[in-house]
Design a protein around this ligand. Sequence first.
Ligand SMILES: *Cc1c(COP(=O)(O)O)cnc(C)c1O
Length: 409
Amino acid sequence: METTHLLQLAEEFGSPLYVYDAAKIEAQYNRLTTAFSKVNGLRINYAVKALSNISVLKFLKQLGSGLDTVSIQEVQLGLMAGYAPEKIIYTPNGVSMEEIEEVAALGVQINIDNLSILEQFGAKHPSTPVCIRINPHVMAGGNSNISVGHIDSKFGISIHQMPHLLRIVENTGMHINGIHMHTGSDILDIEVFLYAAEILFKAASNFKELDFIDFGSGFKVPYKKDDIQTNVEELGKKLTKRFNSFCKEYGRDLTLCFEPGKFLVSEAGYFLARVNVVKQTTSTVFAGIDSGFNHLIRPMLYGSYHHIENLSNPKGKERFYSVVGYICETDTFGSNRRIAEIKEGDILCFRNAGAYCFSMASNYNSRTRPAEVLWLNGKGHLIRERETFDDIIRRQVVLDFDAVPALAE
Ligand SMILES: *Cc1c(COP(=O)(O)O)cnc(C)c1O
């Protein structure tokens, strides 16, 4: 979408504002399905936690997507968006047996990632099909906060515990219909991914009644021009070949699943904020915006890079700025960035603001959260209203201290 459209949307809906380009989401979805078009059964389950607006979920449903969820609330959002329970997989970590049972009762595919719950669930519900999450202990990603397949990760059942796992399955008579891995975000090296896939195939051959193999996600998206990204097309070629040969060995066609979040929505998102103050100090020029890490926490949480540009003065002379938020502690979006000259009142745009941006926003500093807009067919559609002070106060219980009985002397 054009930056002039973004500027218009900031005028129309106010700032700060999240904008999502539906055409980009669709292009990414199609890129993935095209790369894997030679697989007999392909299923893309969008990872809801990346961006969980119901209208975005509905849009992805139109494209044919399923959902990957990590909480019962995400399951409920998916059902509200019109997904059939069979189109939803639930991959929680460290949740209670009660929540897993509740989700299974809705008809949603459950994915269990520890032996304790597997044993309890298998004993109580032996006929409910269960997918198991394997940890192949392959270090696939760059950032240790988002790489979850390594040896000391809390995710998944260690591949080394396969004998114990098989004993539980045999003793309970439970039905394992899927096998899953998710090695974390930012997979750069396709060979590492294919290596992990081999471990998963080997694990899969232990089970006779599989319907699907789920390779999780972790596709790396570009954050800057010429940034490295996962070569989805090459992965598609190589994994398809191997997957199809595995299905032959296995004796029937299985469904190949992926559960991308970032890949589908990261680049579709734009975060727009207005400059409140330009502050020259002895060493730096700060541009302070009408937002903070309460709205976009990734730079402070992971050191993530979000490209920043000045929409109000696109042809202006470039200068160096540190772009900071209004939260009362260190709150830096980017240091020493070359940006076209900024004046107070200008609208800045942050790229890659689709995944893990609004979904991680909070009310810290008692600030309201921004509105969200879906850009579809040349028009901005409001898909979440800007919060008001009422949203901040709604759940607070205001004690009347005059009515509280005094302590007896
Ligand atoms: C977060 C998550 C994903 C999505 O990861 P991305 O890097 O956003 O693609 C997929 N599967 C599971 C189980 C997850 O927890």
